[in-house]
Design a protein around this ligand. Sequence first.
Ligand SMILES: [Zn+2]
Length: 256
Amino acid sequence: MTATASLISTDVDFERKGFQTGMLRLPWSHDRSAYGHIPIPLAVLNAGDDGPTVLLTDGNHGDEYEGPIALMKLMQRMPTLAIRGRLIVIPALNFPAFANGLRTSPIDGGNLNRLFPGARHGKPMEMIAHYVETELLPRADVVFDFHAGGASFDHAPTLLTSPPASDNAGRRAHYLDLVRAFGAPNTMVMDLLGEDRTFAAAAERHDTLFLCGEFGGHAGCDKANLAIVESGLERVLHRLGVIEAMPSNKAPATRY
Ligand SMILES: [Zn+2]
Protein backbone atom coordinates (compact mmCIF):
# COMPACT_ATOMS: atom_id res chain seq x y z
CA MET A 1 0.00 0.00 0.00
CA THR A 2 1.27 3.45 -0.83
CA ALA A 3 0.71 6.50 1.34
CA THR A 4 -1.92 7.74 -1.11
CA ALA A 5 -3.96 4.54 -1.44
CA SER A 6 -7.39 4.48 0.18
CA LEU A 7 -7.60 3.08 3.71
CA ILE A 8 -10.89 1.43 2.76
CA SER A 9 -10.35 -2.21 1.83
CA THR A 10 -12.69 -4.79 0.35
CA ASP A 11 -13.06 -8.55 0.45
CA VAL A 12 -14.28 -8.47 -3.15
CA ASP A 13 -11.85 -9.02 -6.03
CA PHE A 14 -13.06 -6.72 -8.82
CA GLU A 15 -11.05 -8.67 -11.40
CA ARG A 16 -12.36 -12.14 -10.51
CA LYS A 17 -14.82 -13.66 -12.93
CA GLY A 18 -18.28 -14.48 -11.60
CA PHE A 19 -20.58 -13.20 -8.88
CA GLN A 20 -19.40 -12.00 -5.49
CA THR A 21 -20.92 -10.18 -2.57
CA GLY A 22 -18.92 -8.50 0.14
CA MET A 23 -18.26 -5.14 1.67
CA LEU A 24 -16.17 -2.05 1.59
CA ARG A 25 -14.47 -2.00 4.97
CA LEU A 26 -14.37 1.58 6.22
CA PRO A 27 -12.11 1.83 9.27
CA TRP A 28 -13.73 3.84 12.06
CA SER A 29 -11.99 4.07 15.39
CA HIS A 30 -14.24 5.58 18.01
CA ASP A 31 -14.96 5.47 21.75
CA ARG A 32 -16.87 2.20 21.71
CA SER A 33 -14.71 0.36 19.16
CA ALA A 34 -11.03 1.19 18.97
CA TYR A 35 -10.47 -0.97 15.87
CA GLY A 36 -13.99 -0.71 14.54
CA HIS A 37 -15.11 -0.52 10.96
CA ILE A 38 -18.26 0.24 9.02
CA PRO A 39 -19.22 -2.42 6.45
CA ILE A 40 -20.70 -1.04 3.21
CA PRO A 41 -22.35 -3.87 1.24
CA LEU A 42 -21.58 -4.36 -2.43
CA ALA A 43 -21.98 -6.94 -5.18
CA VAL A 44 -19.89 -7.53 -8.28
CA LEU A 45 -20.73 -9.58 -11.35
CA ASN A 46 -17.85 -9.91 -13.79
CA ALA A 47 -18.15 -11.71 -17.11
CA GLY A 48 -14.38 -11.61 -17.51
CA ASP A 49 -14.60 -10.22 -21.04
CA ASP A 50 -13.90 -6.84 -22.62
CA GLY A 51 -17.41 -5.46 -22.03
CA PRO A 52 -18.05 -2.20 -20.19
CA THR A 53 -17.91 -1.73 -16.43
CA VAL A 54 -21.07 -0.14 -15.06
CA LEU A 55 -20.95 1.27 -11.54
CA LEU A 56 -24.38 1.53 -9.90
CA THR A 57 -24.52 3.41 -6.63
CA ASP A 58 -27.26 4.65 -4.41
CA GLY A 59 -27.88 5.78 -0.89
CA ASN A 60 -25.47 8.64 -1.52
CA HIS A 61 -28.11 10.36 0.59
CA GLY A 62 -29.65 7.97 3.08
CA ASP A 63 -33.30 9.08 2.95
CA GLU A 64 -33.91 8.43 -0.77
CA TYR A 65 -35.31 4.98 -1.49
CA GLU A 66 -36.37 4.25 -5.07
CA GLY A 67 -32.78 3.72 -6.20
CA PRO A 68 -31.57 1.54 -3.30
CA ILE A 69 -34.61 -0.71 -3.65
CA ALA A 70 -34.08 -1.04 -7.41
CA LEU A 71 -30.42 -1.95 -6.84
CA MET A 72 -31.22 -4.44 -4.07
CA LYS A 73 -33.71 -6.14 -6.40
CA LEU A 74 -31.04 -6.21 -9.11
CA MET A 75 -28.58 -7.77 -6.65
CA GLN A 76 -31.04 -10.59 -6.02
CA ARG A 77 -31.04 -11.37 -9.76
CA MET A 78 -27.29 -11.04 -10.25
CA PRO A 79 -26.24 -14.59 -9.31
CA THR A 80 -28.10 -15.97 -12.34
CA LEU A 81 -27.88 -12.94 -14.63
CA ALA A 82 -26.00 -13.47 -17.91
CA ILE A 83 -24.05 -10.33 -18.74
CA ARG A 84 -21.25 -8.93 -20.82
CA GLY A 85 -18.79 -6.70 -18.96
CA ARG A 86 -18.96 -6.00 -15.28
CA LEU A 87 -21.54 -4.67 -12.81
CA ILE A 88 -20.44 -3.10 -9.53
CA VAL A 89 -23.48 -2.45 -7.35
CA ILE A 90 -23.46 -0.48 -4.09
CA PRO A 91 -27.04 0.17 -2.95
CA ALA A 92 -26.15 2.31 0.08
CA LEU A 93 -22.92 4.18 -0.49
CA ASN A 94 -23.41 6.41 2.55
CA PHE A 95 -24.30 3.42 4.70
CA PRO A 96 -24.39 5.22 8.07
CA ALA A 97 -26.90 7.72 6.65
CA PHE A 98 -28.94 4.99 4.98
CA ALA A 99 -29.04 2.85 8.13
CA ASN A 100 -30.47 5.83 9.98
CA GLY A 101 -32.82 7.12 7.27
CA LEU A 102 -30.99 10.43 7.08
CA ARG A 103 -29.64 12.54 4.24
CA THR A 104 -26.30 12.99 5.95
CA SER A 105 -24.16 10.70 8.04
CA PRO A 106 -25.08 10.76 11.75
CA ILE A 107 -21.51 9.91 12.75
CA ASP A 108 -19.71 12.83 11.15
CA GLY A 109 -22.45 15.00 9.62
CA GLY A 110 -21.03 14.23 6.19
CA ASN A 111 -23.14 14.99 3.12
CA LEU A 112 -21.38 12.56 0.80
CA ASN A 113 -22.45 14.38 -2.36
CA ARG A 114 -20.67 17.56 -1.21
CA LEU A 115 -17.38 15.90 -0.22
CA PHE A 116 -15.68 14.85 -3.45
CA PRO A 117 -12.82 14.35 -4.11
CA GLY A 118 -12.74 13.32 -0.45
CA ALA A 119 -9.67 12.70 1.63
CA ARG A 120 -7.64 9.62 2.50
CA HIS A 121 -7.08 11.01 6.01
CA GLY A 122 -10.51 12.57 6.32
CA LYS A 123 -13.67 11.86 8.27
CA PRO A 124 -15.53 8.63 7.36
CA MET A 125 -17.65 10.18 4.59
CA GLU A 126 -14.62 11.94 3.11
CA MET A 127 -12.88 8.57 3.05
CA ILE A 128 -15.81 7.08 1.09
CA ALA A 129 -15.65 9.91 -1.45
CA HIS A 130 -11.90 9.38 -1.76
CA TYR A 131 -12.42 5.65 -2.33
CA VAL A 132 -14.98 6.33 -5.07
CA GLU A 133 -12.64 8.85 -6.66
CA THR A 134 -9.49 6.71 -6.52
CA GLU A 135 -10.73 3.11 -6.71
CA LEU A 136 -14.19 2.98 -8.29
CA LEU A 137 -14.27 5.73 -10.90
CA PRO A 138 -11.03 4.58 -12.57
CA ARG A 139 -12.67 1.16 -13.10
CA ALA A 140 -15.99 2.45 -14.46
CA ASP A 141 -17.04 3.27 -18.02
CA VAL A 142 -20.53 4.37 -17.04
CA VAL A 143 -21.88 5.42 -13.62
CA PHE A 144 -25.45 5.65 -12.40
CA ASP A 145 -26.11 7.42 -9.12
CA PHE A 146 -29.81 7.47 -8.28
CA HIS A 147 -31.34 10.04 -5.97
CA ALA A 148 -34.75 11.22 -4.80
CA GLY A 149 -35.61 14.41 -3.02
CA GLY A 150 -35.10 13.11 0.49
CA ALA A 151 -37.05 14.25 3.51
CA SER A 152 -37.15 17.91 2.55
CA PHE A 153 -38.92 17.76 -0.83
CA ASP A 154 -40.52 15.64 -3.53
CA HIS A 155 -38.99 15.69 -6.99
CA ALA A 156 -40.79 14.86 -10.25
CA PRO A 157 -39.04 11.79 -11.70
CA THR A 158 -36.21 13.32 -13.69
CA LEU A 159 -32.99 12.08 -15.23
CA LEU A 160 -30.21 14.64 -14.71
CA THR A 161 -27.67 14.63 -17.50
CA SER A 162 -24.45 16.42 -18.44
CA PRO A 163 -23.61 15.33 -21.99
CA PRO A 164 -19.94 15.28 -23.02
CA ALA A 165 -18.77 18.35 -24.94
CA SER A 166 -19.91 18.63 -28.54
CA ASP A 167 -16.30 18.48 -29.82
CA ASN A 168 -16.47 14.76 -29.03
CA ALA A 169 -19.42 13.94 -31.26
CA GLY A 170 -19.25 10.15 -30.99
CA ARG A 171 -19.08 10.09 -27.22
CA ARG A 172 -21.83 12.69 -26.92
CA ALA A 173 -24.09 10.72 -29.28
CA HIS A 174 -23.45 7.54 -27.27
CA TYR A 175 -24.38 9.34 -24.05
CA LEU A 176 -27.55 10.86 -25.50
CA ASP A 177 -28.50 7.42 -26.81
CA LEU A 178 -28.30 6.09 -23.23
CA VAL A 179 -30.46 9.01 -22.06
CA ARG A 180 -33.12 8.09 -24.63
CA ALA A 181 -32.89 4.42 -23.68
CA PHE A 182 -33.55 5.29 -20.03
CA GLY A 183 -36.71 7.11 -21.08
CA ALA A 184 -37.39 9.03 -17.87
CA PRO A 185 -40.60 11.08 -17.88
CA ASN A 186 -38.40 14.20 -17.62
CA THR A 187 -34.79 14.79 -18.61
CA MET A 188 -32.82 17.82 -17.51
CA VAL A 189 -29.68 18.74 -19.42
CA MET A 190 -27.44 20.74 -17.16
CA ASP A 191 -23.89 21.59 -16.22
CA LEU A 192 -22.42 21.19 -12.74
CA LEU A 193 -23.86 24.52 -11.52
CA GLY A 194 -20.41 25.58 -10.39
CA GLU A 195 -20.38 22.77 -7.82
CA ASP A 196 -17.24 20.66 -7.92
CA ARG A 197 -17.82 18.63 -4.74
CA THR A 198 -20.42 16.23 -6.19
CA PHE A 199 -20.14 12.70 -7.56
CA ALA A 200 -21.07 14.17 -10.97
CA ALA A 201 -18.07 16.51 -10.77
CA ALA A 202 -15.82 13.60 -9.81
CA ALA A 203 -17.05 11.60 -12.81
CA GLU A 204 -16.39 14.57 -15.07
CA ARG A 205 -12.81 14.79 -13.75
CA HIS A 206 -12.38 11.12 -14.71
CA ASP A 207 -14.08 11.60 -18.08
CA THR A 208 -16.57 8.88 -17.09
CA LEU A 209 -20.11 8.88 -18.48
CA PHE A 210 -22.37 9.81 -15.59
CA LEU A 211 -26.13 9.62 -15.28
CA CYS A 212 -28.04 10.54 -12.17
CA GLY A 213 -31.51 11.60 -11.36
CA GLU A 214 -34.14 12.46 -8.82
CA PHE A 215 -36.98 9.95 -8.64
CA GLY A 216 -39.28 10.90 -5.80
CA GLY A 217 -38.88 12.27 -2.34
CA HIS A 218 -40.34 12.92 1.10
CA ALA A 219 -38.21 10.03 2.36
CA GLY A 220 -40.65 7.47 0.99
CA CYS A 221 -40.73 5.09 -1.93
CA ASP A 222 -43.19 5.73 -4.74
CA LYS A 223 -44.00 2.50 -6.58
CA ALA A 224 -44.45 4.25 -9.93
CA ASN A 225 -41.06 5.95 -9.56
CA LEU A 226 -39.44 2.67 -8.56
CA ALA A 227 -40.77 1.15 -11.79
CA ILE A 228 -39.33 4.09 -13.75
CA VAL A 229 -35.89 3.50 -12.21
CA GLU A 230 -35.97 -0.26 -12.73
CA SER A 231 -37.21 -0.25 -16.30
CA GLY A 232 -34.95 2.63 -17.32
CA LEU A 233 -31.90 0.91 -15.87
CA GLU A 234 -32.81 -2.33 -17.62
CA ARG A 235 -33.05 -0.57 -21.00
CA VAL A 236 -29.73 1.23 -20.51
CA LEU A 237 -27.95 -2.00 -19.53
CA HIS A 238 -29.37 -3.58 -22.67
CA ARG A 239 -28.29 -0.60 -24.77
CA LEU A 240 -24.75 -0.92 -23.38
CA GLY A 241 -24.74 -4.60 -24.33
CA VAL A 242 -24.38 -5.63 -20.68
CA ILE A 243 -27.60 -7.65 -20.67
CA GLU A 244 -28.69 -9.48 -23.78
CA ALA A 245 -32.33 -10.08 -23.07
CA MET A 246 -34.41 -7.43 -24.76
CA PRO A 247 -36.37 -5.55 -22.12
CA SER A 248 -40.07 -6.13 -22.61
CA ASN A 249 -40.85 -2.44 -22.45
CA LYS A 250 -40.02 0.17 -25.07
CA ALA A 251 -38.46 3.43 -23.88
CA PRO A 252 -41.16 6.08 -23.42
CA ALA A 253 -40.49 9.48 -24.93
CA THR A 254 -38.90 11.89 -22.49
CA ARG A 255 -39.67 15.56 -21.97
CA TYR A 256 -36.56 17.74 -22.05
ZN1 LIG B 1 -29.72 12.82 -3.07
